[in-house]
Design a binder for this molecule. Structure first.
Ligand code: UDP
Ligand code: MG
Length: 336
């Protein structure tokens, strides 16, 4: 049997209204490519007929596979499971609601064949989404870009193609609150993008209510930046400077009787201002340490190697515990 060239990962949560059209459009695109492919559907605890419909698709075509979650674990968990089970040389992650056009896949494959390991879809416009969603997404992507050290591109979702090596490196990352698009940026490799216009949802309603969107945004910010923890130091120092000036003013006013004060006011103000500043600075310092503990606890490897030439006799530190299976294999892509 020929090796699978392309794996398509499609997360499904209550998508009975779109699954058939999505499947049809994917088939039309994939059958033109002339290489073996697989579609992996992940039923993320749907409560409608999504599971039943996906099982039917699976039964009628051996290239269609289905993973069923025991409950709703969320979009990021669903695409992670899909990537963990994908066996293609290139893995494509796409939403089921046809907001990401399957017809863009050949353009992504072209970039992959030109030697790029990650080809993400860059949204130049978003159609059919509420103004609130557009504005909050715009603000969030820019805020995240500003406060993180990892270069996470703006206006980019999870619709992308990744090489199998990136997929294996990603599977080896142990962290739980995954912000997959950020992790892929963190991994590095050769990345590029193709532009597209994000279409309105084909049918059904969004499965990302405000609660889930906030969780994703908080996962994105806290996994890639501990600047919020450092806020304490900045506020503490600013407050201390301000307090010290005010303290001097109260002290001088008391010394020269510049205005009438209640007895004990000056000493009380001095003590409160002084200690508030100290407490905030200490909180900031503790924040620094917690930030470092957080970095360690995440357990990300120190580095990720994307190619290896020549024979090495020593196994690298993090690889000896969990070797990514095909790290030593050259890219199967014939053009490189
Ligand atoms: N999805 C999922 N689990 C969830 C929420 C969403 O698997 O808990 C899937 C959903 O079926 C779709 C994709 O993730 O294929 C993106 O969701 P949606 O289109 O509703 O998000 P939006 O485009 O509105 O941000
Ligand atoms: Mg959508």
């Amino acid at each position: 049997m020929e090796n699978i060239r392309y794996s398509i990962v499609v997360p499904l949560y209550n998508e009975e209204a779109v699954i058939d059209s999505c499947h049809e459009r994917l088939l039309r695109v994939m059958d033109q490519l002339g290489h073996p492919w697989e579609i992996i559907y992940i039923n993320d605890g749907s409560r409608d007929r999504t599971g039943l419909l996906a099982r039917q698709l699976c039964a009628s075509d051996s290239r269609v596979k289905l993973l069923t979650f025991s409950r709703n674990f969320g979009h990021q968990a669903a695409i992670t499971a899909g990537m963990d089970h994908a066996s293609g040389d290139a893995v494509i992650i796409i939403d089921a609601d046809l907001q990401d056009p399957p017809e863009l896949i050949p353009a992504m494959i072209e970039q992959w064949q030109a030697g790029f390991d990650v080809v993400y879809g860059h949204r130049v416009a978003r159609k059919g989404e509420s103004l609130g969603k557009k504005v909050s997404a715009r603000l969030f992507y820019r805020l995240l870009h500003r406060i993180t050290d990892v270069d996470i591109p703006v206006d980019v979702g999870d619709f992308r193609l990744i090489d199998a090596r990136v997929c294996h490196a990603l599977s080896a990352l142990p962290e739980h609150n995954r912000y997959v698009r950020g992790l892929i940026s963190w991994l590095g490799f050769r990345q590029t993008y193709v532009d597209y216009v994000r279409a309105p949802r084909f049918a059904g309603t969004t499965k990302y209510p405000l609660r889930k969107m906030l969780k994703l945004a908080i996962d994105g910010i806290t996994s890639f930046s501990y600047k919020p923890l450092k806020l304490g130091i900045g506020i503490g120092i600013t407050l201390s400077i301000f307090s010290f000036c005010f303290l001097l003013f109260v002290f001088i006013a008391r010394l020269f009787d510049l205005f009438v004060m209640e007895p004990g006011y000056a000493s009380l103000m001095c003590v409160i201002l002084f200690f508030c500043g100290i407490i905030l600075i200490m909180l900031g310092i503790i924040g620094e340490y917690i930030g470092r503990i957080f970095e360690e606890v995440k357990g990300r490897p120190l580095y990720v190697i994307c190619d290896r030439e020549g024979s090495f006799f020593r196994q690298a530190r993090q690889e000896s515990s969990q070797p990514p299976e095909n790290m030593n294999k050259p890219r199967s892509n014939s053009s490189i």
